[in-house]
Design a protein around this ligand. Sequence first.
Ligand code: FMN
Length: 211
Amino acid sequence: MSQQSVIKTGATLAVIAAICTTLVAATYQVTRERIVANEKALLEQALQPALAGVFYEGGVSESRLVVLPPHGLPGNDTALIYRVYAQDKPVAALFAVTARDGFSGVIRILVGVEFDGTITGVRILQHRETPGLGDKIESARSDWIFQFDGRSIGDPEVTGWAIRNDGGEFDQLTGASVTPRAVIGAVRDTLLYFNEHRDEIFAAEATEDSK
Ligand SMILES: Cc1cc2nc3c(=O)[nH]c(=O)nc-3n(C[C@H](O)[C@H](O)[C@H](O)COP(=O)(O)O)c2cc1C
């Protein structure tokens, strides 16, 4: 191959590479906004079940706080708090927390709490508990998780936040006491944290998206 044709082939390849790079960059730009909007919609949808009966305005996801350990919330993992407002007044908060004492490891839990400390809903975000036993904590598999609705610290008192076998007021699951203990403990500790830190939670600046 002559030197001239080597240069020509190289130049052609460079042009093709440049065109491809530009196309990829342009496609990314066009789709990025849509992906971000879709992700936000999915997140808002996922948060909603834990906010039953709460009237609120605007998106919940913009008000997110990322709380790094040590924070006093269950799990000593990064926790997320979403603040919920109506007419600029705080009406509720959603906590994504972690219970580490499940049967098969970490259980991620979403706890919705009204401003006065009453639970609006609890949902399991992620777990590895045994199918047919511990997995009944999922709202799709049994009604177990709904027993938290409307409860607060005081209903029952702190000592009542346990399964009936342990002298508490919450149902266990047949053949599975470890998983319910973990979830009940995490929900109780989230409520205690909320009661103690409510003003700071609503006064804090939202954590930027990149964090
Ligand atoms: C294979 C296997 C899987 C189990 N999975 C769970 C589970 O997911 N959650 C749970 O609470 N207990 C599970 N158990 C049962 C617990 O070991 C324990 O016996 C049960 O939770 C009762 O606990 P308690 O004696 O403290 O009441 C499992 C047991 C076996 C043998």
